[in-house]
Design a protein around this ligand. Structure first.
Ligand code: D41
Length: 675
């Protein structure tokens, strides 16, 4: 080797290690330390050197990800160790049963588990020989899969060379190839633009991408990889637990899901399941459950496998999110702002963990697009906390003679004209406060949690009060008497008393909540807060011109004129005056935080049930006095406010020596500040 070449070889080695470290920081730790352009510069420098010294190019170089000629077919390869499948559980008692069996088989009283999200992708094994990726294979039937090495090499987050030097001679890594939702959406847009069929879901898209015979096509697909285990570890240092295995894989530069968690007993596994279920829609990729694995490898070996699935692992699946049912009727609901929303009344089905009997059809265009008809068999979807929706119609099952749905031209509640709005997407009833549905919905909005937060005033009660003619505006709520409330259906002395007390406390509110509660079109919670902070008083806001309103951050011409229009209506001003006459008051300038006072700058946690105010009210009350209200007790907490049945937070606060206040003490402290 010439001197010049030896120098190049050294530089090439350095560049590859450096690029490898940046890959690790970017893909595995999610904490890059250089910019994309700096990374590109390093890669280009390596490419230039390799062009000059082609004999120094090796297959594990980061310049060699995409390559090779299109294949005719994929080779079949055998797995060194079979890729087992997972036993499934849907119900909690099956999970307890799994724990009982595991404890019995291992003879331990309690077992530690590792809980992992269950990715909805494709199982793929990666074979590393002396740290170098030599083969990647799909699971296939568990014994034999397809050789997809060329495609897998193009996945940027899979290292071609493992980090460090402590890897075993032979390592077979197991994990899941998946397509993140954002990439899936972009891919489908591109498919449509090319006049090609979009993929049905991210899983199919990931499978379709890995199955491309031309590696350059797969290289353009947004695929990712998370590993969850090891098939073969030939060499020293094999970790003794699942958790340590994942740690080792992460150190080798492989991606491990950051949500992986050690659970010290089965109830912690179930807590994990519920936590992940809540986070599910925000993950950015699809999962269909979680997996529990006995942590200790010796325990795993004792338990072994039955019928191609290990007895030491269990997939706890989330309830199905899509189901098939039939449409009994299609009805139109009229909302607070007059928007007409078609709703499908369904034959009840169990989907996404609850029984669903209604699903939204969104709007007129959506009904036309789906062409849903009464009697149709439909697919309904319920994902997370979103409103169930009709996704598609099973056309083969349509009954003959089923008639197309006719969207009404008149409001089904008040008969007023219906016209299109918002670029023709939303149909609106023009009846305004003549429309009883709009009246009811705006009162429900005014009393809702994020507005005046009047507890005990539910939807049914509001409807009853409006239908009987007893209330027509939100101001009328404050003239309700004990006797007339107690006489209502499903009410009694006690509930009437509670409701009156709730009405009374709710009269003290903030300008932001009050504005939000008014239900001004275009003014949501965030805008209401902006407006309150900017103008400080209601008078300043109602007196502002459209131009002045537009000076508020995030308020454009449409919002500004909606606000102006609202305050120009006599009846809106009358309602506000009447509310004031009933003693509704708010603290002005909700944004200006007091610099002094017992709660100024303090971190406060609330726990248990308070008696004179709801949690939300207490939070607002404290925030107004300059406190930061947080959810959990830590060393940084200044005060814990406790109501009835305070639990673990109380214990923790005592242990940390944090000041504990009851409701009365809190109010006394705040009031001395108010003076
Ligand atoms: O996230 C997954 N899809 C996942 C799949 C996971 N987190 N862990 C898994 N563990 C296993 C065992 C316990 C058999 C090693 C799996 C799978 N198997 C699996 N994926 C497809 C078939 C089996």
């Amino acid at each position: 080797m010439s001197n010049q070449q030896a120098q190049a070889a050294e530089k090439i080695g350095e560049l590859r290690t450096e690029i490898g470290e940046h890959n690790y920081r970017y893909h595995v730790l999610d904490a890059p330390v250089i910019s994309d352009s700096r990374y590109d510069t390093l890669l280009r420098r390596l490419e230039a050197l390799e062009r000059e010294f082609p004999q120094l190019v090796t297959p594990d170089s980061p310049t060699q990800r995409v390559g090779g000629t299109p294949l005719d077919r994929f080779d079949t390869v055998g797995h060194h160790v079979p890729m087992l499948s997972l036993n499934n559980a849907f119900a909690q008692n099956e999970v307890y049963e799994f724990d009982r069996r595991s404890r019995e088989a291992t003879g331990h009283e309690a077992l530690t588990y590792v809980a992992e999200p269950k990715l909805d992708g494709l199982a793929v094994s990666l074979l590393y020989e002396r740290g170098r990726l030599v083969r990647a294979a799909t699971r296939g039937d568990g014994r034999q899969g397809e050789d997809v090495t060329l495609n897998v090499r193009s996945i940027r987050s899979i290292p071609l060379q493992l980090r460090g030097l402590n890897w075993p001679v032979l390592l077979e890594v197991r994990g899941e190839v998946y397509m993140p939702l954002a990439g899936f959406k972009m891919l489908n847009q591109a498919q449509l633009a090319r006049d090609e069929k979009p993929y049905v879901n991210p899983r199919n898209a990931a499978a379709g991408s890995l199955r491309q015979l031309d590696p350059r096509i797969c290289a353009d697909r947004p695929l990712e990889y998370f590993c969850y285990g090891v098939g073969l570890w030939e060499g020293d240092g094999e970790p003794g637990t699942q958790m340590d295995t994942l740690r080792a894989l992460r150190n080798f530069g492989l991606r491990v899901n950051p949500l992986v968690h050690q659970a010290d007993d089965i109830s912690q596994c179930l807590d994990y399941y519920h936590r992940i279920q809540v986070q599910r829609d925000k993950l950015g990729y699809e999962i269909d459950g979680v997996v529990y694995k006995v942590n200790d490898r010796e325990d795993q070996q004792v338990m072994g496998a039955v019928a191609r699935a290990p007895r030491w692992a269990l997939a706890h699946k989330f309830p199905a999110q899509e189901e098939i049912t039939s449409v009994r009727a299609i009805e139109i609901q009229v909302g607070r702002t007059g928007a007409l929303t078609p709703v499908a009344r369904l034959e009840p089905v169990f989907v996404g963990g609850v029984t669903v009997a209604n699903a939204t059809l969104h709007n007129r265009l959506e009904i036309e697009r789906l062409d849903v008809r009464v009697g149709d068999t439909v697919v309904v979807r319920r994902a997370g906390d979103v409103i169930p929706e009709v996704v598609s119609v099973v056309r083969e099952k349509r009954r003959r003679g089923a008639r197309r749905f006719r969207f009404p031209d008149q409001c089904p509640v008040c008969g007023s004209d219906v016209t299109a709005d918002d670029g023709g997407v939303i149909e609106r009833c023009r009846g305004g406060l003549y429309c009883l549905s709009q009246v009811k919905e705006s009162i429900k909005h005014f009393v809702s949690r994020r507005a005046l937060d009047i507890e005990g005033l539910g939807a049914k009660l509001v409807e009853q009060l409006v239908d009987s003619g007893r209330i027509a505006t939100v101001a009328d709520l404050f003239s309700l008497s004990h006797d007339e409330l107690a006489a209502l259906e499903r009410m009694g002395d006690k509930s009437a008393e509670n409701l009156l007390a709730a009405l009374k406390t709710s009269r003290r509110t903030t300008l932001a909540r009050f504005l939000f509660g008014l239900g001004i079109p275009q003014v949501g919670e965030a805008t209401a807060q902006e407006l309150a902070g900017f103008f400080g008083t209601l008078e300043a806001l109602t007196g502002a011109s459209v131009t002045q309103l537009e000076a508020v951050p995030d308020v454009g011409p449409v919002v500004a004129s909606a606000i102006r229009h609202f305050f120009d209506q006599d009846h809106n001003r009358e309602v506000i005056d009447a509310l004031r006459a009933h003693g509704v008051v708010w603290s002005n300038t909700s944004s200006a935080k007091p610099a002094s006072g017992a709660f100024a700058g303090k971190t406060v946690v609330i726990t248990g049930t308070l008696t004179t105010m709801s949690r939300d009210q207490a939070r607002a009350w404290l925030t107004q006095r300059g406190a930061k209200v947080t959810g959990s007790v830590s060393a940084r907490t200044d005060f814990l406010v406790t109501g009835a049945e305070a639990g673990s937070k109380y214990d923790k606060a005592i242990a940390l020596g944090i000041s504990v206040l009851d409701e009365g003490q809190m109010q006394a402290m705040g009031e001395s500040q108010d003076e």
